[in-house]
Every structure is written in structure tokens, then in C-alpha cells.
Design a protein. Structure first.
Length: 476
């Protein structure tokens, strides 16, 4: 058996006679006394150049005592002339940087060498092998090199089937190592916060980090890439808070997708004030939705106010249905709820029950209560009589009534609608509705409550034996 080395960081025991061009098995044991005959040029040049701590001219290097000794005693030949050294350094560009103008050379740092190696490979297997074999130098990898590596690792997410063990291990290790070290890489790139990075580049980095491993990534990789996204987000937020970066319309939606963006909601809202003049109604509503999804209430309010003003001045005047659609988007985002409720009360009488229910539900689920919302809900309750809303929507209204007291007027109408068709309801949904009605205290009159419980009992009794224990507990 032979011990075979597989670059960059794997060993394998292989049977004698096995042909495998990928491994290296050309090492041997020699007497320590003759060990110096096997010293290579690199082992002499690196410590010699490193001693100068920077650039050194070729003429000075050719006179270095260690190099002169190596050529005379080991190679037993004259020291190379300058042209020979130039050919050698340019041929080993990943380790050496040669300046033709000054005829000087310097040893690249470990992180520079790593960046050079990454620049020399293009496919995912090459990038994975280099990153997987990297050590502490990865923490100070230049940002452009890290970005290029992320592009490759993020782009290849579905072509891993059929790979050998070594390539598979390298890919997994590279993904985790690069993402885990992204915070340190960014800290080096920003010099601890002194250097401002372009906002667009940072957002690209966050998107790339989120793409590594694809949609079916393992849970540990998902956790690692979330931490990497947060590292990028922290840089973005710090630059925004320090007024070192500005948000424009094309970048705003991407900033709103960053994790933890709600922590800079106030700052971001103030930056958005000058942007509203450049945003139309549809885009303003898109920003309202994005801000609402990210819990950025102040940003959502900023664009909601602008959207309402545009709707009020729009010609011809938007229909009731169109206005309710705008109010529903804002209500779902938790924006301008007081204004929405007032407008909703004014529009309720002429609105379709389904459209009105959508907006009432959106506002009620936010836990908001007001006299205007209660007025709109009262009108909705009247419209529900004789109208068959889907069971799912009736259940949503009942649950929302536990969050907002202004939705109490609709509970009776929901109960009457359920009473008329209780046996058609899924058992689990019926149990949830009974629990919601029980929580909405004093929202149901005695007669409606009695009828609801009687018809619910008829529907549930045959199913009691098969009810999940969680639903039984809710009923009790």
C-alpha cells in the first residue's frame, strides 16, 4: 500500500500498482545528512525575500548570502542572472509579484496568494478545492476575490450528482468556510468601518450568499448563509446610519429584503422622503408591501401617504373597487391604518362584500381598532346576510375579531353563516372557529351563540372519535 496525497488537503491509502493520476505518491525517506541536496529553490527564495519585509531589487537579491550559498554548495553553479530570476518569478506569479519597471520582487501575502489561486480557476471544483484548502488567510481574502468565489459557488447548485467523494467534500467545505468567514473578510475590506463599500456591491454580496447551496441546502448551511447575510446587512446598516451611503429607488427594495432591516426603519424612512417624488402609485404600493413584510412600519407609512395622495388626485377618479384594493395593500402592511379606516367607512356602503371583507380583515389582523373600522365592519355584517363567503374567509374574520375589538360586529354574521352550513365545514376549521368565537367575548348575542353551538354539536358529534387530541383540548 502507498500513502497518496490528493491536493489540497486529502490523504488516501492506495493498493500497490493502482494507477491514479490525481494523487501524488513520489515522496521517499532519505538520510538526514543528505537532506540539504533536496532543498528546492522556493525554500531558499521565500525566507530570503521575506527578510526584506517588502520589495527587494533583483541585484540585491542576487547578492544575498543564503542565495549565493545555495547556488554554490547545492546547485554547484553560478547565481542566476537577472533574466533567469525574472522568468522564474513570472512563472510562479501566484507566489511572487514582480515589478518590471523597478526590477524588484516581493513575496505575496498568504491572502494575496489565495486570491491569485482563485483567479486562476474558473469552475466550481477548482474554486472549491482552493477554498477548502485555505487556512487563516481566508479571513483576510480580498473582497473582489471572495465575490468571484461566491459567484461560482452560488451558480452551481444542482450539478453535484455523480461527483466523487473528494469533490463533494470540497464543495461542502468551501461553501461553509467562505460564508463563515465573510464577516471577517468584510471587516478587512472596510478596515473596521473606515472604508465605505458601494451599496450595490454589498447587496450583490448578500444575494450571492443567500443563493449558495440552493433551495434544498442542508440546515447547517442555511444557518451559515443567514449569518453571512447578516454580516453584509450590518455593514449596510452602519453605512446608512453614519450617512456614508444613500439609498436610491432602484436599490430600496433590495435593502428592504436584508435581515434585521427593521432596526434602521426610522433612518431609512427619513432617506425615503426625497424619493417619493420619483415614485408612481404602483411602485409606491410595491414599496409599501416590501416594507410591511420587513416590519418597517415608518417606511411603509412614508410611501402609503404618498400613494393615498396620488390616488386622491388621480383622474379619472378610481372606482370603489380600485380604492379598496389600494387600502387592502396598505392594511396588510400595517401602514396608515387610521387613514385607511376612515376611508373604508366612507366607501363601505357602496362596496362589494368580498372587497370590503378583504380590507376589514387586513386591518383587523394588525390588531388595530377604531370607531371608523367598527362602522365599516357593521356595514360588512349587514352585507354578509344571505351571502355565501368561503369557509376559509369566515374563519379568518372570526380569528381577526380576537385581535381587534372593532371586528366584533361581524362575529354574529359569521356565526349565522356557519350555522346554515356547519356540516360542510372541515372539522379542524370548525373547532378553530368555535375557539375564536369563544375568545371574542360579548361579540355574539345569546340566540346566535345557542344556534351555533347546536349546529356545531351536530356536525362534530360523529367525528369525536377521530378528532386529534389538540382539537379535543380546544373544544374542552
Amino acid at each position: 500500500f502507498y500513502l497518496i496525497f490528493f491536493p489540497p488537503n486529502h490523504l488516501r491509502v492506495a493498493p500497490y500498482g493502482e494507477d491514479d493520476d490525481r494523487g501524488i505518491a513520489d515522496f521517499t525517506l532519505v538520510d538526514f545528512g543528505v537532506m540539504f541536496k533536496f532543498i528546492e529553490m522556493e525554500e531558499v527564495l521565500q525566507p530570503a525575500v521575506a527578510a526584506y519585509q517588502g520589495w527587494v531589487k533583483l541585484e540585491q537579491l542576487r547578492k544575498d548570502p543564503n542565495i549565493v550559498l545555495y547556488f554554490s554548495n547545492i546547485l554547484q553553479k553560478p547565481v542566476w542572472d537577472s533574466e533567469d530570476f525574472i522568468i522564474y518569478f513570472e512563472g510562479h506569479w501566484e507566489t511572487w509579484e514582480f515589478n518590471k519597471e523597478t526590477q524588484s520582487v516581493r513575496l505575496r501575502t498568504k491572502q494575496e496568494k489565495l486570491a491569485q489561486l482563485l483567479g486562476g480557476v474558473k469552475d466550481i471544483d477548482g474554486v472549491s478545492a482552493v477554498v477548502a484548502g485555505a487556512k487563516d488567510e481566508l479571513t483576510k481574502l480580498p473582497l473582489p476575490a471572495a465575490a468571484r468565489a461566491l459567484v461560482v459557488l452560488a451558480a452551481s447548485t444542482h450539478d453535484g450528482d455523480g461527483l466523487d467523494v473528494t469533490k463533494t467534500i470540497n464543495r461542502i467545505a468551501a461553501q461553509k468556510k467562505l460564508l463563515a468567514n465573510l464577516r471577517s473578510i468584510l471587516a478587512t475590506a472596510t478596515n473596521g468601518g473606515d472604508v465605505v463599500l458601494p451599496l450595490h456591491d454589498l447587496l450583490d454580496m448578500a444575494d450571492l450568499a443567500a443563493a449558495v447551496g440552493g433551495a434544498s441546502a442542508a440546515s447547517d448551511l442555511v444557518h451559515t448563509r443567514q449569518a453571512a447575510q447578516q454580516a453584509v446587512a450590518d455593514i449596510v446598516f452602519r453605512q446608512l446610519e453614519d450617512d456614508k451611503s444613500k439609498v436610491d429607488v432602484p436599490l430600496l427594495s433590495r435593502v428592504l429584503r436584508l435581515p434585521g432591516v427593521d432596526e434602521v426603519d426610522s433612518k431609512l424612512a427619513s432617506m425615503c422622503q426625497p424619493l417619493v417624488a420619483d415614485v408612481g402609485l404602483e411602485q409606491a404600493l410595491d414599496f409599501v408591501k416590501s416594507a410591511g413584510n420587513s416590519s418597517c412600519t415608518e417606511v411603509a407609512n412614508t410611501f402609503a401617504t404618498s400613494a393615498l395622495l396620488m390616488m386622491d388626485t388621480k383622474q379619472p377618479e378610481p372606482s370603489t373597487e380600485e380604492q379598496l384594493q389600494v387600502l387592502r395593500i396598505m392594511g396588510s402592511a400595517g401602514a396608515a391604518l387610521e387613514d385607511i379606516s376612515g376611508r373604508l367607512a366612507n366607501l363601505a356602503q357602496g362596496a362589494k362584500a368580498q372587497d370590503l371583507a378583504d380590507v376589514v380583515l387586513a386591518v383587523g389582523e394588525r390588531g388595530f381598532s377604531s370607531d371608523a373600522l367598527a362602522q365599516a365592519t357593521q356595514i360588512l355584517a349587514g352585507k354578509l346576510s344571505g351571502l355565501q363567503l368561503p369557509a376559509a374567509r369566515l374563519l379568518e374574520l372570526a380569528v381577526a375579531s380576537t385581535k381587534s375589538s372593532s371586528l366584533a360586529p361581524v362575529v354574529g354574521a359569521v356565526a349565522r353563516a356557519v350555522t346554515a352550513d356547519a356540516t360542510a365545514w372541515p372539522v379542524s376549521d370548525l373547532v378553530r372557529l368555535l375557539l375564536a368565537v369563544a375568545k371574542a367575548k360579548k361579540a355574539l348575542n345569546v340566540e346566535d351563540k345557542v344556534q351555533l353551538l347546536r349546529h356545531a354539536a351536530i356536525a362534530l358529534k360523529p367525528q369525536l372519535g377521530s378528532l386529534p387530541s389538540a382539537d379535543v383540548i380546544k373544544l374542552v
